[in-house]
Design a binder for this molecule. Structure first.
Ligand code: NAD
Length: 380
Protein backbone atom coordinates (compact mmCIF):
# COMPACT_ATOMS: atom_id res chain seq x y z
CA UNK A 1 0.00 0.00 0.00
CA UNK A 2 1.25 3.55 -0.75
CA UNK A 3 1.89 5.77 2.34
CA UNK A 4 -1.25 7.82 1.59
CA UNK A 5 -4.09 6.77 -0.68
CA UNK A 6 -7.60 7.99 -1.38
CA UNK A 7 -10.35 5.44 -2.07
CA UNK A 8 -13.29 5.88 -4.47
CA UNK A 9 -15.53 7.16 -1.64
CA UNK A 10 -13.10 9.98 -0.81
CA UNK A 11 -11.74 8.34 2.37
CA UNK A 12 -8.04 8.75 3.04
CA UNK A 13 -5.83 5.87 4.23
CA UNK A 14 -2.49 6.74 5.78
CA UNK A 15 0.11 4.14 6.77
CA UNK A 16 0.98 4.31 10.44
CA UNK A 17 4.74 4.90 10.19
CA UNK A 18 4.61 7.93 7.83
CA UNK A 19 1.73 9.34 9.90
CA UNK A 20 3.76 8.96 13.10
CA UNK A 21 6.69 10.72 11.45
CA UNK A 22 4.47 13.66 10.41
CA UNK A 23 2.86 14.02 13.85
CA UNK A 24 6.21 13.72 15.65
CA UNK A 25 7.77 16.38 13.43
CA UNK A 26 4.75 18.67 13.99
CA UNK A 27 5.11 18.54 17.77
CA UNK A 28 8.87 18.74 17.80
CA UNK A 29 8.58 21.98 15.77
CA UNK A 30 5.89 23.22 18.17
CA UNK A 31 8.03 23.18 21.31
CA UNK A 32 8.12 19.53 22.49
CA UNK A 33 11.38 17.59 22.79
CA UNK A 34 11.92 14.92 20.11
CA UNK A 35 11.23 12.21 22.75
CA UNK A 36 7.91 13.76 23.79
CA UNK A 37 6.87 14.43 20.19
CA UNK A 38 7.55 10.79 19.38
CA UNK A 39 5.53 9.62 22.43
CA UNK A 40 2.57 11.78 21.32
CA UNK A 41 2.78 10.43 17.77
CA UNK A 42 3.05 6.80 18.91
CA UNK A 43 0.16 7.02 21.39
CA UNK A 44 -2.21 8.92 19.08
CA UNK A 45 -1.58 6.70 16.05
CA UNK A 46 -1.73 3.65 18.35
CA UNK A 47 -5.30 4.65 19.28
CA UNK A 48 -6.21 4.83 15.56
CA UNK A 49 -4.57 1.45 14.97
CA UNK A 50 -6.85 -0.08 17.62
CA UNK A 51 -9.97 1.55 16.17
CA UNK A 52 -10.26 4.38 18.74
CA UNK A 53 -10.13 7.16 16.16
CA UNK A 54 -11.66 9.43 18.80
CA UNK A 55 -8.38 9.34 20.72
CA UNK A 56 -6.11 9.28 17.74
CA UNK A 57 -4.53 11.76 15.37
CA UNK A 58 -7.80 13.70 15.02
CA UNK A 59 -6.59 15.33 18.26
CA UNK A 60 -3.43 16.78 16.66
CA UNK A 61 -4.88 20.27 15.92
CA UNK A 62 -6.44 20.48 19.38
CA UNK A 63 -3.20 19.41 21.14
CA UNK A 64 -1.26 21.98 19.07
CA UNK A 65 -3.74 24.71 20.10
CA UNK A 66 -3.48 23.64 23.75
CA UNK A 67 0.31 23.78 23.61
CA UNK A 68 0.12 27.25 22.05
CA UNK A 69 -2.37 28.51 24.63
CA UNK A 70 -0.54 26.96 27.62
CA UNK A 71 -3.42 24.58 28.41
CA UNK A 72 -0.86 21.74 28.18
CA UNK A 73 2.84 22.17 28.86
CA UNK A 74 5.77 20.56 27.01
CA UNK A 75 8.25 18.15 28.65
CA UNK A 76 7.02 18.13 32.23
CA UNK A 77 8.55 15.97 34.96
CA UNK A 78 5.89 15.11 37.55
CA UNK A 79 6.14 16.13 41.23
CA UNK A 80 5.54 13.40 43.80
CA UNK A 81 3.53 15.18 46.50
CA UNK A 82 3.10 12.24 48.86
CA UNK A 83 4.97 8.97 48.82
CA UNK A 84 4.89 5.79 50.87
CA UNK A 85 5.30 2.07 50.16
CA UNK A 86 1.83 1.65 48.69
CA UNK A 87 0.76 5.10 47.48
CA UNK A 88 2.05 8.00 45.45
CA UNK A 89 0.09 11.21 44.95
CA UNK A 90 1.50 12.72 41.77
CA UNK A 91 1.10 16.20 40.28
CA UNK A 92 1.23 16.11 36.48
CA UNK A 93 1.51 19.93 36.34
CA UNK A 94 -0.55 20.05 33.11
CA UNK A 95 2.15 18.21 31.17
CA UNK A 96 1.20 16.17 28.10
CA UNK A 97 -0.65 13.04 29.28
CA UNK A 98 1.55 10.92 27.02
CA UNK A 99 4.51 12.01 29.17
CA UNK A 100 3.15 12.44 32.71
CA UNK A 101 0.84 9.42 32.36
CA UNK A 102 3.81 7.24 31.50
CA UNK A 103 5.79 8.61 34.48
CA UNK A 104 2.88 7.98 36.89
CA UNK A 105 2.34 4.43 35.63
CA UNK A 106 6.03 3.64 35.99
CA UNK A 107 5.94 4.85 39.61
CA UNK A 108 2.99 2.48 40.26
CA UNK A 109 4.73 -0.41 38.50
CA UNK A 110 7.86 0.13 40.60
CA UNK A 111 5.92 0.08 43.87
CA UNK A 112 3.84 -2.97 42.91
CA UNK A 113 6.97 -4.83 41.82
CA UNK A 114 8.36 -4.29 45.31
CA UNK A 115 5.25 -4.60 47.50
CA UNK A 116 2.75 -6.55 45.38
CA UNK A 117 0.08 -3.84 45.55
CA UNK A 118 0.23 -0.13 44.77
CA UNK A 119 -1.94 2.90 44.11
CA UNK A 120 -1.11 6.06 42.19
CA UNK A 121 -3.27 9.18 42.33
CA UNK A 122 -2.37 11.41 39.38
CA UNK A 123 -3.72 14.95 39.41
CA UNK A 124 -3.48 17.78 36.85
CA UNK A 125 -2.45 15.58 33.91
CA UNK A 126 -2.81 16.77 30.34
CA UNK A 127 -5.04 14.63 28.14
CA UNK A 128 -4.13 11.00 28.88
CA UNK A 129 -5.47 9.78 25.55
CA UNK A 130 -6.49 6.13 25.24
CA UNK A 131 -6.39 4.83 28.81
CA UNK A 132 -5.83 1.26 27.56
CA UNK A 133 -2.22 2.31 26.90
CA UNK A 134 -1.63 2.56 30.64
CA UNK A 135 -3.19 -0.81 31.47
CA UNK A 136 -1.09 -2.37 28.70
CA UNK A 137 2.06 -0.83 30.17
CA UNK A 138 1.29 -2.32 33.62
CA UNK A 139 0.30 -5.69 32.11
CA UNK A 140 3.63 -5.85 30.27
CA UNK A 141 5.19 -6.03 33.76
CA UNK A 142 2.81 -8.83 34.80
CA UNK A 143 0.43 -6.57 36.77
CA UNK A 144 -3.35 -6.48 36.92
CA UNK A 145 -4.37 -2.81 36.92
CA UNK A 146 -7.51 -0.71 37.28
CA UNK A 147 -7.69 2.92 36.14
CA UNK A 148 -10.45 5.39 36.92
CA UNK A 149 -10.23 8.70 35.08
CA UNK A 150 -12.15 11.98 35.09
CA UNK A 151 -11.81 15.12 33.03
CA UNK A 152 -11.85 18.27 35.13
CA UNK A 153 -13.14 21.30 33.24
CA UNK A 154 -14.84 19.19 30.58
CA UNK A 155 -18.57 19.40 31.19
CA UNK A 156 -20.03 17.54 28.24
CA UNK A 157 -22.14 14.69 29.68
CA UNK A 158 -25.63 14.94 31.17
CA UNK A 159 -26.37 12.74 34.21
CA UNK A 160 -29.22 10.20 33.99
CA UNK A 161 -32.50 12.07 34.46
CA UNK A 162 -30.89 15.45 33.66
CA UNK A 163 -30.48 17.65 30.58
CA UNK A 164 -27.65 19.94 31.64
CA UNK A 165 -23.97 19.01 31.43
CA UNK A 166 -22.57 18.07 34.81
CA UNK A 167 -20.14 15.23 34.00
CA UNK A 168 -17.13 14.39 31.84
CA UNK A 169 -16.78 11.27 29.68
CA UNK A 170 -14.77 9.67 32.55
CA UNK A 171 -13.25 6.43 31.24
CA UNK A 172 -12.87 3.21 33.21
CA UNK A 173 -10.12 0.78 32.25
CA UNK A 174 -8.64 -2.47 33.56
CA UNK A 175 -5.93 -4.80 32.33
CA UNK A 176 -5.29 -8.50 32.93
CA UNK A 177 -1.77 -9.70 32.11
CA UNK A 178 -1.25 -12.98 30.28
CA UNK A 179 1.97 -14.90 29.75
CA UNK A 180 3.86 -16.82 27.08
CA UNK A 181 3.69 -13.82 24.74
CA UNK A 182 -0.15 -13.66 24.75
CA UNK A 183 -1.66 -10.16 24.62
CA UNK A 184 -3.17 -8.83 27.87
CA UNK A 185 -6.94 -8.48 28.20
CA UNK A 186 -7.88 -4.79 28.26
CA UNK A 187 -11.29 -3.34 29.11
CA UNK A 188 -11.25 0.35 28.19
CA UNK A 189 -14.38 2.45 27.88
CA UNK A 190 -15.82 5.91 28.39
CA UNK A 191 -18.80 6.04 30.77
CA UNK A 192 -20.69 8.16 28.23
CA UNK A 193 -22.48 6.39 25.34
CA UNK A 194 -19.38 7.27 23.30
CA UNK A 195 -16.19 9.21 23.95
CA UNK A 196 -16.39 12.88 22.83
CA UNK A 197 -13.88 12.25 20.07
CA UNK A 198 -16.33 9.81 18.45
CA UNK A 199 -18.79 12.72 18.16
CA UNK A 200 -15.96 14.75 16.62
CA UNK A 201 -15.24 11.91 14.17
CA UNK A 202 -18.96 11.81 13.23
CA UNK A 203 -19.11 15.61 12.86
CA UNK A 204 -16.08 15.42 10.53
CA UNK A 205 -17.87 12.93 8.30
CA UNK A 206 -16.59 9.70 9.91
CA UNK A 207 -18.55 6.87 11.58
CA UNK A 208 -22.06 7.91 12.66
CA UNK A 209 -23.04 7.99 16.37
CA UNK A 210 -25.51 5.60 18.03
CA UNK A 211 -29.05 7.01 18.02
CA UNK A 212 -29.02 7.53 21.82
CA UNK A 213 -25.65 9.28 22.15
CA UNK A 214 -26.77 12.93 22.49
CA UNK A 215 -29.42 14.88 24.40
CA UNK A 216 -30.49 18.26 22.98
CA UNK A 217 -31.07 21.38 25.07
CA UNK A 218 -34.79 20.61 24.99
CA UNK A 219 -34.31 17.02 26.15
CA UNK A 220 -34.66 15.12 22.85
CA UNK A 221 -32.42 12.10 22.31
CA UNK A 222 -30.54 11.92 18.99
CA UNK A 223 -27.49 10.53 17.17
CA UNK A 224 -26.74 13.93 15.56
CA UNK A 225 -23.41 15.26 16.99
CA UNK A 226 -24.18 18.89 16.08
CA UNK A 227 -25.98 19.86 19.35
CA UNK A 228 -22.78 18.97 21.25
CA UNK A 229 -20.77 21.60 19.33
CA UNK A 230 -23.32 24.22 18.25
CA UNK A 231 -22.52 26.23 15.11
CA UNK A 232 -18.90 25.74 14.00
CA UNK A 233 -17.61 28.68 11.93
CA UNK A 234 -15.43 28.13 8.85
CA UNK A 235 -11.80 27.56 9.89
CA UNK A 236 -12.72 26.97 13.54
CA UNK A 237 -11.95 23.64 15.25
CA UNK A 238 -15.16 22.20 16.80
CA UNK A 239 -15.30 22.84 20.55
CA UNK A 240 -17.57 20.52 22.56
CA UNK A 241 -17.80 23.10 25.36
CA UNK A 242 -19.73 25.42 23.01
CA UNK A 243 -22.86 23.44 22.14
CA UNK A 244 -26.27 23.63 23.82
CA UNK A 245 -26.71 19.81 24.02
CA UNK A 246 -24.75 17.08 25.81
CA UNK A 247 -23.50 13.52 25.49
CA UNK A 248 -25.48 10.97 27.51
CA UNK A 249 -24.07 8.64 30.17
CA UNK A 250 -24.12 5.01 28.93
CA UNK A 251 -26.43 2.41 30.46
CA UNK A 252 -28.97 4.86 31.90
CA UNK A 253 -28.81 5.09 35.73
CA UNK A 254 -26.06 2.43 36.04
CA UNK A 255 -23.59 4.09 33.68
CA UNK A 256 -24.41 7.46 35.19
CA UNK A 257 -23.59 5.97 38.62
CA UNK A 258 -20.28 4.58 37.36
CA UNK A 259 -19.45 8.00 35.88
CA UNK A 260 -20.16 9.52 39.32
CA UNK A 261 -17.71 7.02 40.89
CA UNK A 262 -14.98 8.14 38.43
CA UNK A 263 -15.49 11.72 39.68
CA UNK A 264 -15.18 10.54 43.28
CA UNK A 265 -11.98 8.53 42.75
CA UNK A 266 -10.18 10.38 39.95
CA UNK A 267 -11.47 13.86 40.76
CA UNK A 268 -12.15 14.12 44.51
CA UNK A 269 -9.82 11.47 46.01
CA UNK A 270 -6.75 12.18 43.86
CA UNK A 271 -7.12 15.90 44.62
CA UNK A 272 -7.34 16.68 40.90
CA UNK A 273 -10.86 18.07 41.26
CA UNK A 274 -14.21 17.01 39.81
CA UNK A 275 -15.58 18.04 36.42
CA UNK A 276 -17.18 21.21 37.80
CA UNK A 277 -18.75 22.87 40.85
CA UNK A 278 -21.72 25.18 41.43
CA UNK A 279 -19.50 28.12 42.37
CA UNK A 280 -16.89 27.25 39.71
CA UNK A 281 -18.59 25.77 36.66
CA UNK A 282 -15.55 26.29 34.38
CA UNK A 283 -12.38 24.76 35.78
CA UNK A 284 -8.98 24.40 34.10
CA UNK A 285 -8.92 21.30 31.88
CA UNK A 286 -7.01 18.24 33.07
CA UNK A 287 -7.33 14.49 33.55
CA UNK A 288 -7.21 12.91 37.02
CA UNK A 289 -6.35 9.20 37.18
CA UNK A 290 -6.70 6.86 40.15
CA UNK A 291 -4.79 3.63 39.41
CA UNK A 292 -4.48 0.36 41.32
CA UNK A 293 -1.73 -2.16 40.50
CA UNK A 294 -1.92 -5.76 41.70
CA UNK A 295 0.64 -8.49 41.30
CA UNK A 296 -1.01 -11.96 41.02
CA UNK A 297 1.88 -13.34 43.14
CA UNK A 298 0.75 -11.09 46.01
CA UNK A 299 -2.49 -13.12 45.98
CA UNK A 300 -0.60 -16.39 46.40
CA UNK A 301 -0.56 -17.33 42.72
CA UNK A 302 2.50 -19.06 41.50
CA UNK A 303 3.61 -19.68 37.92
CA UNK A 304 0.58 -20.13 35.72
CA UNK A 305 -2.31 -20.51 38.20
CA UNK A 306 -3.88 -17.07 37.66
CA UNK A 307 -3.42 -16.97 33.90
CA UNK A 308 -4.65 -20.53 33.38
CA UNK A 309 -7.91 -19.72 35.22
CA UNK A 310 -8.28 -16.57 33.10
CA UNK A 311 -7.62 -18.57 29.92
CA UNK A 312 -10.14 -21.22 30.93
CA UNK A 313 -12.85 -18.64 31.67
CA UNK A 314 -12.23 -16.85 28.37
CA UNK A 315 -12.76 -20.15 26.50
CA UNK A 316 -15.98 -20.78 28.50
CA UNK A 317 -17.30 -17.25 27.82
CA UNK A 318 -16.56 -17.44 24.12
CA UNK A 319 -18.38 -20.78 23.88
CA UNK A 320 -21.72 -18.93 24.28
CA UNK A 321 -23.78 -19.27 21.08
CA UNK A 322 -23.55 -16.03 19.06
CA UNK A 323 -26.71 -13.93 18.70
CA UNK A 324 -26.05 -13.52 14.99
CA UNK A 325 -25.24 -16.25 12.49
CA UNK A 326 -21.50 -16.19 11.88
CA UNK A 327 -21.05 -13.88 14.89
CA UNK A 328 -18.64 -14.28 17.76
CA UNK A 329 -18.56 -13.41 21.46
CA UNK A 330 -15.60 -11.09 22.01
CA UNK A 331 -13.72 -10.49 25.22
CA UNK A 332 -12.60 -6.98 26.19
CA UNK A 333 -9.77 -5.78 23.95
CA UNK A 334 -10.40 -8.37 21.24
CA UNK A 335 -12.10 -5.93 18.88
CA UNK A 336 -9.08 -3.62 19.16
CA UNK A 337 -6.72 -6.50 18.28
CA UNK A 338 -8.81 -7.39 15.22
CA UNK A 339 -8.89 -3.77 14.06
CA UNK A 340 -5.14 -3.43 14.56
CA UNK A 341 -4.41 -6.49 12.41
CA UNK A 342 -6.55 -4.99 9.60
CA UNK A 343 -5.21 -1.44 9.85
CA UNK A 344 -1.56 -2.50 9.86
CA UNK A 345 -2.31 -3.65 6.31
CA UNK A 346 -4.83 -1.09 5.01
CA UNK A 347 -3.41 1.97 6.79
CA UNK A 348 -5.48 4.20 9.07
CA UNK A 349 -8.76 5.44 7.60
CA UNK A 350 -9.27 9.15 8.17
CA UNK A 351 -12.13 11.43 7.18
CA UNK A 352 -10.77 13.86 4.51
CA UNK A 353 -11.48 16.89 6.71
CA UNK A 354 -9.66 15.33 9.69
CA UNK A 355 -6.66 14.56 7.45
CA UNK A 356 -6.51 18.08 6.00
CA UNK A 357 -6.67 19.52 9.57
CA UNK A 358 -3.64 17.37 10.50
CA UNK A 359 -1.67 18.49 7.42
CA UNK A 360 -2.64 22.14 8.11
CA UNK A 361 -1.32 21.77 11.67
CA UNK A 362 2.01 20.54 10.23
CA UNK A 363 2.04 23.61 7.95
CA UNK A 364 1.30 25.88 10.92
CA UNK A 365 4.32 24.30 12.64
CA UNK A 366 6.41 25.63 9.73
CA UNK A 367 6.69 22.45 7.69
CA UNK A 368 6.88 23.30 4.01
CA UNK A 369 4.93 21.32 1.42
CA UNK A 370 8.22 19.69 0.30
CA UNK A 371 9.04 18.69 3.91
CA UNK A 372 5.54 17.27 4.45
CA UNK A 373 5.83 15.21 1.26
CA UNK A 374 9.34 14.02 2.17
CA UNK A 375 8.18 13.00 5.67
CA UNK A 376 5.15 11.13 4.34
CA UNK A 377 6.96 9.71 1.33
CA UNK A 378 3.95 10.87 -0.68
CA UNK A 379 1.71 13.86 -1.42
CA UNK A 380 -0.82 14.33 1.41
P1 NAD B 1 -16.03 1.71 22.88
O1 NAD B 1 -17.45 2.14 22.96
O2 NAD B 1 -15.50 1.22 21.59
O3 NAD B 1 -15.80 0.59 24.00
C1 NAD B 1 -14.55 0.01 24.11
C2 NAD B 1 -14.59 -1.23 24.98
O4 NAD B 1 -15.60 -2.14 24.54
C3 NAD B 1 -13.26 -1.98 24.83
O5 NAD B 1 -12.92 -2.60 26.04
C4 NAD B 1 -13.59 -2.99 23.72
O6 NAD B 1 -12.71 -4.10 23.72
C5 NAD B 1 -15.00 -3.37 24.08
N1 NAD B 1 -15.75 -3.85 22.93
C6 NAD B 1 -15.92 -3.22 21.74
N2 NAD B 1 -16.68 -3.97 20.92
C7 NAD B 1 -16.98 -5.11 21.58
C8 NAD B 1 -17.74 -6.29 21.27
N3 NAD B 1 -18.32 -6.43 20.08
N4 NAD B 1 -17.87 -7.24 22.21
C9 NAD B 1 -17.26 -7.09 23.43
N5 NAD B 1 -16.53 -6.01 23.79
C10 NAD B 1 -16.39 -5.04 22.88
O7 NAD B 1 -15.03 2.90 23.31
P2 NAD B 1 -15.37 4.28 24.06
O8 NAD B 1 -16.17 4.04 25.27
O9 NAD B 1 -15.90 5.25 23.06
O10 NAD B 1 -13.89 4.75 24.49
C11 NAD B 1 -12.93 5.04 23.49
C12 NAD B 1 -11.61 5.44 24.08
O11 NAD B 1 -11.73 6.75 24.63
C13 NAD B 1 -11.02 4.58 25.17
O12 NAD B 1 -9.72 4.25 24.79
C14 NAD B 1 -10.97 5.50 26.40
O13 NAD B 1 -9.87 5.30 27.26
C15 NAD B 1 -10.86 6.84 25.75
N6 NAD B 1 -11.30 7.97 26.60
C16 NAD B 1 -10.34 8.79 27.12
C17 NAD B 1 -10.73 9.92 27.85
C18 NAD B 1 -9.71 10.86 28.41
O14 NAD B 1 -10.08 11.87 28.98
N7 NAD B 1 -8.44 10.61 28.30
C19 NAD B 1 -12.09 10.18 28.07
C20 NAD B 1 -13.03 9.29 27.54
C21 NAD B 1 -12.63 8.19 26.80
Amino acid sequence: MPPVHHDDNGSVYVQVEPLKALVAETFSRSGCSAAEASRIATRLSGANLRGHDSHGVIRVPRYANWLNDGVQVADVTVDIKLDNEMLAVIDGKFGFGQTVGEQAIDIGIGKAAEHGIAITALQNAGHLGRIGDWAERAAAQGLVSIHMVNVRGSLIVAPFGGIDRRMSTSPFCAGIPMNNGEDPIILDMATSVVAEGKALVALKGGKALPEDAIITETGEITGDPQPLYGEVRQGEFPDPSKGPGALRAFGNHKGSGLNFLMEMMAGALTGSGCAGALNEPKRRFCNGMFSIYLSPEAFGHSDDSFVSEVRSYVAFLKSSRPTEAGGEVLIPGEKEKQTMAERLVTGLPLAPEAWSDIVDTARNANMSQAEIEATLGSKP
